[in-house]
Design a protein around this ligand. Structure first.
Ligand code: GTP
Ligand code: MG
Length: 623
């Protein structure tokens, strides 16, 4: 195939980020769009409420302090009066204000004390601050939340921002940003954020996770990562081959929940019980040989964020570009961490930084790189991560520890995504299956919508002939802690009654069993709109490719294409058929296709395919 000219390449790349945006909107419509039932054509008449994250990025930045959502319910009184007025009258108002902000933020919020909702300064003096901040702490405490001062201006003390810049004379007012986080009543109420960790082989992924969760440092020879491995061959080679899981917990005051002895890892149970916010990391493999597992990890884990690790002395090489491409295609916000700055000569680091900036700004990724140099920038960027455009870049050493405190602060402040809907019917996707002695068959995965309770009757499937089995959820665990219920957005595992391990597999769904209602519809064929990213020659009728949809990975054959041939960058309608078995798929879901060097991204437009109504006339005549 003729090599693409640079301008053609740019065009193709831009198509990728546009398509990713488009796909994200479509997908969120079905997945998180509340009560939309796909079988109902009435869905269009009652549009689902727009999820917060679907809002325009520019607005998100503006809305940060302005709190536009407050509308009618906002107290009419200026915020300053709530903080400084007579306590009897204003404390209850402040409590209500805090409770609502925390609820809106799905369990936590970052509040900028010193500014009104319209971003006007309150003009706080230091005496005012000393009344206002303790009052905020009291209000938070009364509504079962805790405060953490992230940084202050003109207040002094340990959290004072160092990056004053050229402060204007007028800028003498006191202010500060505060993280307010709900104290969970029970372990199953904690906030969960999922991050996939990707990057080239040896970038330091497993090492940084080891350092973060164990609280000691790496020796540059792999000491930090040791107990992250799952398989014996991984310990021997030091190379990750499967999907490793690590969890990092923060308590309500924003402190990391760690063992008192550095270098000792707390059990998941301990982390879960003591944390108000839990970050689960999927440590993925950087080696090309494990790319399929890594792609599965990126797709099936419903990640909120993607952490891309780059070794300072190597730059963005090999598989890491693939990983970035997939993150862009999935519209998952990317956080870059440059490791090994301790062993990297300054001029090489500079080259890595400019290469990275160039790639991130390219039309394919269309990101805004933000180099995180200090605490204040770190906090502000973390709160802006609702937009997938912003891409923070950290520079760290896992050996000296340099830069890691910024990463910790960032992870603590990173807002949880709120586009899950607990009020919609229950739906769970299976990512992993186990057979546990004395417990039986266990399925692990993510609750896409709704709520599940131990004892609920459920359907599990589809099996090889497209049928669902009826069973009961015997027990539920979240991060190895038994819970009575779990809800949308959480990862969980269920023990299923009277099911054999071989009856469950990755890619299945668990849904509620409702008497008198037909089982969920499954499909062998579907039509998708596909953006061809490279090497289009194999996108032709009768060809087969590995296709990923969420946790489903199955070979598909192409049964029809809407044109005789496709070039890179084309958007085409393609009809697919699953080779092995029908699957539970829906219009609006995002698909990823790869086979050899063929790559494509798409959205399912219709489920089922009618050859009597072909997507390309000429083909029908041929056949
Ligand atoms: N000097 C130095 N060495 C580091 C740093 N981070 C990691 N290393 C070393 O780099 C090597 C590779 O680190 P890993 O954490 O295994 O890399 P990985 O990205 O998980 O690699 P795969 O799992 O194979 O994809 C180990 O020997 C680490 O000790 C760092 O910041 N500085
Ligand atoms: Mg690794």
């Amino acid at each position: 195939m003729a090599k693409q000219l640079p301008h053609e390449k740019r065009k193709t790349e831009a198509v990728l980020s546009d398509f990713a945006d488009y796909a994200a909107k479509q997908e969120r419509g079905i997945r998180y769009g509340a009560t939309v039932s796909l079988s109902e054509s009435t869905a269009a008449a009652t549009p689902a409420p727009a999820p917060a994250s679907a809002a325009h990025d520019e607005l998100d930045d503006l809305a940060e302090w302005a709190d536009f959502n407050d509308g009618e319910t906002a107290p009419k009184m200026p915020l300053k009066d709530m903080f400084l007025g007579p306590e009897d009258a204003s404390l209850p108002l402040l409590e209500r204000f805090v409770r609502r902000r925390v609820e809106e933020g799905n369990g936590e919020t970052v509040f900028h004390l010193g500014f009104e909702n319209n971003v006007d300064s309150m003009g706080l003096t230091i005496d005012d601050w000393n009344i206002a901040y303790p009052r905020l702490e009291r209000a938070a405490k009364n509504v079962d939340a805790a405060c953490r001062l992230l940084y202050t201006r003109n207040v002094g003390g340990p959290e004072e921002a160092t990056s004053g810049g050229a402060k204007s004379e007028k800028d003498k007012d006191c202010s500060g940003k505060i993280l307010i986080r709900k104290i969970p009543a029970t372990a199953d109420e904690n906030i969960e954020t999922r991050i996939v960790v990707v990057g080239n082989v040896d970038a330091g992924k497993s090492s940084m996770l080891g350092v973060l969760v164990k609280g000691d440092l790496d020796d540059g020879r792999g000491s930090a990562r040791v107990n992250l491995f799952r398989h014996k061959h991984e310990i021997e080679s030091g190379r990750t081959s499967s999907v490793g899981m690590e969890i990092l917990g923060f308590d309500a005051t924003g402190e990391i929940v760690a063992s008192d002895t550095p270098g000792r890892k707390l059990s998941w149970e301990d982390v879960g019980k003591r944390s108000a916010k839990v970050i689960s990391f999927s440590d993925l493999a950087g080696h090309e040989r494990y790319l399929r597992t890594t792609v599965f990890g990126m797709l099936s884990g419903s990640p909120d964020y993607c952490l891309l690790m780059v070794a300072a002395n190597n730059g963005l090489i090999g598989m890491s570009k693939e990983h970035l491409g997939i993150a862009v295609a999935l519209n998952v916000p990317v956080i870059v961490v440059i490791t090994k700055i301790d062993i990297c000569p300054p001029q090489i680091l500079q080259e890595t930084l400019s290469q990275l900036t160039k790639i991130l700004k390219s039309p394919g990724a269309r990101k805004i790189p933000v180099f995180i140099k200090d605490h204040e920038e770190c906090v502000n960027t973390a709160t802006q991560m609702v937009s997938p455009r912003i891409c923070p870049i950290f520079q760290v050493s896992n050996v000296t520890g340099e830069g890691l405190s910024l990463v910790r602060t960032f992870l603590n402040v990173l807002p949880p995504h709120g586009y899950y809907n607990a009020d919609a019917p229950f739906e769970f996707t299976v990512n992993d299956t186990f057979s546990v002695p004395f417990v039986g068959t266990v399925v692990a995965g993510i609750i896409q919508s709704g709520v599940i309770h131990a004892g609920d009757q459920v359907l599990v499937g589809p099996d090889s002939i497209g049928q669902f089995a009826t069973t009961t959820v015997r027990s539920i665990e979240r991060k190895r802690i038994p819970v009575h219920a779990a809800s949308a957005g959480q990862s969980a595992s269920f023990a299923l009654k009277k099911m054999r391990r071989k009856d469950v597999r990755k890619g299945m769904v668990v849904m509620p069993k409702i008497e008198g209602q037909p089982p969920p519809k499954v499909y062998r064929e579907f039509v998708a709109e596909v953006l061809v990213l490279s090497h289009a020659t194999t996108i032709k009728t009768k060809y087969q490719a590995m296709l990923h949809v969420g946790s489903i990975s199955q070979t598909c054959s192409i049964i029809a294409v809407d044109r005789p041939f496709i070039r890179t960058g084309d958007k085409a309608r393609v009809a697919f058929r699953f080779v092995q078995r029908p699957e539970f798929v829906r219009a609006g879901e995002r698909i990823l296709i790869r086979e050899g060097r063929t790559k494509g991204l798409g959205i399912i437009k219709e489920v089922g395919y009618n050859p009597q109504d072909p997507i390309w006339e000429a083909q029908a005549e041929e056949g």
